[in-house]
Every structure is written in C-alpha cells, then in structure tokens.
Design a protein around this ligand. Structure first.
Ligand code: C2E
Ligand code: CA
Ligand code: CA
Length: 266
C-alpha cells in the first residue's frame, strides 16, 4: 500500500468517520474518476479485447487515497451503494464513448463489484438499465466478484448473478487462489472466467511451488472450460512463461498500467 499522508493517517486510524464524510462530499464534488487497465491475449501479440475499470480518488483534503482503503470504508458504511452506482453509470458511459470513438464494439469491460452491492435486490436491474441506457450489450460488461461475495445473503446474490448471466453479462471470480474456498465456489456457481491472484504470478519464475500451482490451475481451467486471466504480470519473462504453460489471457504493468479511458488508442 502506498505511504499515506499525515491527514490520511489521522483520518483512518483515529477517525474513519471523517473519511466517510469525505466520500459523501467527494461524490457530490466529482472527485472520483475511472481508469482502465488492458487484459491481453498472450498468443495474439498483446491483442486487447478486455479491460478492467479501476476507481481513483484525488481528494483536495487527503491527496490520492488508495482504493483498497476507501472501498473498505465505503463497504462498512454502506456508501458503496451510491459510490458503486456512480462507478457503474460512469463505466458504461466511458465504454460507450470508447466504442463511439471507434473502439471494438465487442469490447468487454470488467467492473469490480462489492458483496454489499450484490446483496441488493435491485442490483441486476440497475446494472442492466445502465447497459441499455448507454446502448451497450450484456456481453460488453463483466462483473468481477471475490469469494467474499458468496458469504452473506447468498440467495439474493445468486438471483442477481443469474439475471445478469441470462442477459449475457460475464461473471468473473477475482483473486482466485488467494482465499480458502475458491474451489468450492466453482461448484456453487458457473463462473465464466477466473482471475488468478498475482500472489502466484509475482514469483512464478523463481518459486517452483508457484510454478506448479499456476500450471495446475491452468489445466483445471481448461478442463472446466473456464477462461483464466493471470493478474499482476510485471515483466516479459513472466508473460512468456505463462504463454508457454498454456495461459491465454493476462493483465499487469508489463502489458499496460491503468490509464484514463480517453488515453487508450482505439
Ligand atoms: P483488484 O480488483 O485485484 O485490482 C487489481 C489491482 O492490481 C489494481 O490496484 C491494479 O492497479 C493493480 N495492478 C495491476 N497490474 C499490476 C501489476 O502488474 N503489479 C501490481 N503489483 N499491481 C498491479 P488498485 O487500482 O489499487 O485497486 C486495488 C483494489 O481496490 C482492487 O483490486 C479492487 O479490489 C479494489 N477496487 C479498485 N477499483 C474498484 C472499483 O471500481 N470498485 C470496487 N468495488 N473495488 C475496486
Ligand atoms: Ca478486480
Ligand atoms: Ca484481482
């Protein structure tokens, strides 16, 4: 996690309520913006047909606040609902404008969704309404969820996921391998994609255990016919190794850092 400025430290350690208040005013003052990081095909010389949308917050008071910090506070306070709605609406708007500028009309934009959002009865409807409003198709959007999503109100979560899937929205299991029960979730829900946590990718070249784990997960994804994205690829050698052991999709600083949507060439 990046070093925090003094006001950030004070607010988080002593007074998280202030961060909450700042999120409220940040929403009203347009302090959030979205970035996109490419997900590339390893075999087709870096062809990019998918990307992950990542939220950023530049607060005039706190400076740049890490998403891990403010998303956690937003989840605990319930503010993730208005913030999540803002993210969904603006992600759809950015994608529609990317396609209107000549981007691939089949481009698939990944949006990170918190468990709290998926526990709302009207979540799927809200997302589908936005997809329609911006003239997109269900298959233009991928919902990234983590294992934490399947812990509470599982029935509501599954209703939402199934409604989205029926409309062609892709459902991806993020940070796969980092928790305790990833495998059991593969049993609970027919995920369309897995994103392999960067924990296993960072030392793939030097740690034989990571190499064995990644190789096994690639073969698991093949036999289940669920595409796998390797996250956190930071150098060419790791990208080459992943391609050689059969991984088809990857994401990481080596292939492209998160950038404003407008800065992506179409
Ligand atoms: P995540 O969903 O696992 O997102 C990937 C994180 O890895 C991003 O950090 C991205 O910038 C970073 N990353 C990408 N490539 C590399 C690499 O090669 N090396 C390393 N070390 N890191 C890489 P970021 O943007 O700081 O986001 C952190 C987390 O905050 C995300 O993890 C996600 O859990 C959450 N988050 C970010 N944006 C959103 C959002 O719009 N909504 C929600 N609910 N959560 C979000
Ligand atoms: Ca993600
Ligand atoms: Ca991830």
């Amino acid at each position: 996690m990046p070093m925090q400025s003094l006001p950030q430290k004070l607010y988080t350690k002593n007074n998280p309520f202030m961060i909450q208040k700042s999120i409220c005013s940040a929403l009203n003052n347009n302090e959030f913006h979205l970035m996109m990081q490419p997900i590339i095909e390893l075999k087709v010389k870096g062809k990019c047909v998918e990307g992950e949308c990542l939220v950023r917050w530049n607060s005039p008071l706190l400076g740049t606040v890490s998403p891990e910090l403010f998303i956690t506070i937003a989840e605990k306070s319930g503010l993730i609902i208005p913030l999540g709605n803002w993210i969904i609406e603006n992600a759809c708007r950015e994608l529609a404008s990317f396609i209107a500028r000549g981007g691939d009309s089949e481009f698939n934009l990944h949006i990170n969704i918190s468990p709290v959002q998926l526990q709302q009865y009207d979540f799927a409807k809200e997302l589908l309404d936005n997809i329609k409003k911006f003239g997109l198709k269900g298959c233009n959007i991928c919902v990234e969820i983590t294992e934490k999503t399947m812990i509470q109100k599982v029935e509501v979560v599954l209703i939402n996921l199934n409604l989205l899937r029926e409309e062609g929205v892709i459902i991806s299991l993020d940070d796969f391998g980092s928790g305790y029960s990833g495998l059991s979730y593969l049993h609970t829900f027919p995920f369309d994609q897995l994103k392999l946590d960067r924990l296993f990718i960072s030392d793939l070249l030097i740690n034989p255990r990571s190499n064995s784990i990644v190789t096994s997960i690639i073969s698991l994804s093949e036999s289940l016919k669920i595409p796998l994205v390797a996250e956190g690829v930071e150098d060419k050698q790791t990208g080459d190794r992943l391609r050689d052991i059969g991984c088809k999709l990857a994401q990481g600083y080596y292939f492209g850092c998160p950038k404003l949507f407008n800065d992506w060439k179409v």
